[in-house]
Design a protein around this ligand. Sequence first.
Ligand code: SF4
Ligand code: SF4
Length: 165
Amino acid sequence: MKSEPIDRRIFLSGTARAGIGLCGLCMCSPLASFAGEDEGASEKIDLTERCFCGYKCPDECTFLQGTLQDDVELKKEAWKEWKIEERFGVEFDPEQAICHGCKTMDKPKGIVLARCTVRDCAIEKGKECCIDCDELVACDKDLWRRFPDFKKKVVEAQVRYRRQT
Ligand code: SF4
Ligand code: SF4
């Protein structure tokens, strides 16, 4: 998420990619397209298709594509887009400029997944997604604080999810 703009843009753009991708730290694409909410209230929510935070990462995510294509230029682009250096004080490092997807557990973690407190928390709690967490509304993890509109969408998704289960 750019300080606001960048992350936001990132967070907000995108087509859904089941269980893969970046993310809140990176946050791609339009919040408007967040987690399939644009698909309509009748759309069944499948937590396995969502990242731990509830986001659906876009296939075209620069971090993901840079990783899959092992393309250093794309990785540099992603590093810049997500303001990794400004945010974490880490200079570009192609070894850390990777993401195989939020829920891909058998691959090395790049800097984004490694620094995501939401992801760590959900894994520790054994949650498929924060949408299935009773603590979501009160949760004050940095991701939610930085993207209150996104959190609102996730909470709305939780309400819908609970109606369907
Ligand atoms: S849980 Fe964290 S790492 Fe995964 S998509 Fe959300 S913000 Fe990104
Ligand atoms: S407490 Fe719940 S909502 Fe908050 S990060 Fe952890 S799993 Fe997600």
